[in-house]
Ligand binder design. Structure first.
Ligand SMILES: C[S@@+](CC[C@H](N)C(=O)[O-])C[C@H]1O[C@@H](n2cnc3c(N)ncnc32)[C@H](O)[C@@H]1O
Length: 277
């Protein structure tokens, strides 16, 4: 399989993978430079699947149009977390929500601006990190994220605290992440990705480094229980945990997501939560 991240790895001088701690500032910096460097390849590879004004929750292809996890969005103030090129935010705005979308990466936001211009759906875009939100208290009716930010921050509690602060009581917070059980397998869509190689309970981050040991990409693992505890500790109630099944006839591979693995175990976890009143 070709390495879809070769340009980013070359630009950042990625020299290897280590398992070691990575704190909040290091994780922020590594992921900002990573997504800046990978933004063009990410959109060349996945742009057609994501669309320009479409809300696809996950590689299994679940669409907000069909599932309505956010309920009625017309007239609601909605925050998109880790928006990338912001196709979800544009779908929300086309459905009459009042949307703000943010991302840590200027490279990803450059694609979002281009897509705003091409579609004529002009979503307000902000550069920010999910654990340090530049928004007023109680200013949104709902928040959502399709794989944005949450897997990349060191302290997920900080993200949930910030969301609890900027959301109104009773607001929905719905987010999709890699299903935590994927952590135990190598990131391989083929047969190699079916053999357990590490512990589900090992929270040591996955860190790619340059030849001086500087992090060039960081991903953090939480167990399902870790997520539930962080959410409830910050004022959210978990209403559902959706584990989308791989649809029949869906043949598209996305990184480690594939029909082979998808028919055996979940690849995505979607937490449907609500801020307590
Ligand atoms: C897998 S992409 C998902 C983007 C978009 N939701 C999509 O479906 O294409 C992850 C996104 O999270 C963003 N991100 C990573 N760390 C972040 C942070 N701390 N705060 C905000 N965004 C972050 C990245 O820049 C990237 O755009």
């Amino acid at each position: 399989m070709s390495n879809q991240h070769a340009s980013a790895e070359q630009a950042l001088g990625t020299a290897g993978i280590v398992k070691r701690d990575a704190g909040a500032a290091e994780s922020r910096l590594a992921n900002r430079i990573w997504w800046d460097a990978d933004a063009d390849d990410y959109h060349a590879t996945h742009g057609d699947f994501l669309g320009a004004a479409d809300f696809v929750w996950c590689p299994e292809g679940l669409r907000e149009e069909d599932v309505r996890f956010l309920g009625e969005v017309a007239g609601q103030r909605v925050l998109e977390v880790g928006c990338g090129s912001a196709p979800c935010a544009r779908w929300l705005q086309a459905n009459h929500a009042e949307v703000t979308a943010f991302d840590i990466s200027a490279g990803m936001l450059r694609h979002a601006r281009r897509s705003n211009a091409e579609t004529g759906i002009d979503v307000p875009l902000v550069q920010a990190s999910a654990d340090q939100l530049p928004f007023k208290d109680a200013s949104f009716d709902a928040a959502c994220s399709a794989f944005g930010a949450v897997p990349f921050v060191a302290e997920v509690h900080e993200v949930f605290y910030e969301l609890a602060r900027v959301l109104k009581p009773g607001a929905r917070w719905v987010f999709a992440v890699n299903h935590p059980m994927r952590w135990i397998f190598p990131d391989d869509p083929g047969p190699l990705g079916l053999t357990v190689t590490q512990s589900y309970f090992d929270r040591t981050p996955y860190v790619e480094v340059d030849d001086e040991g500087r992090a060039t990409y960081v991903e953090h693992h939480r167990t399902l229980g870790d997520y539930v505890r962080a959410l409830t500790a910050t004022g959210f109630v978990v209403e559902d945990l959706v584990e989308p099944e791989w649809p029949k006839g869906h043949t598209r591979t996305w990184g480690q997501w594939s029909p082979l693995r998808g028919k055996l175990f979940p690849g995505t976890a979607i937490f449907r939560t609500r801020l307590t009143s």
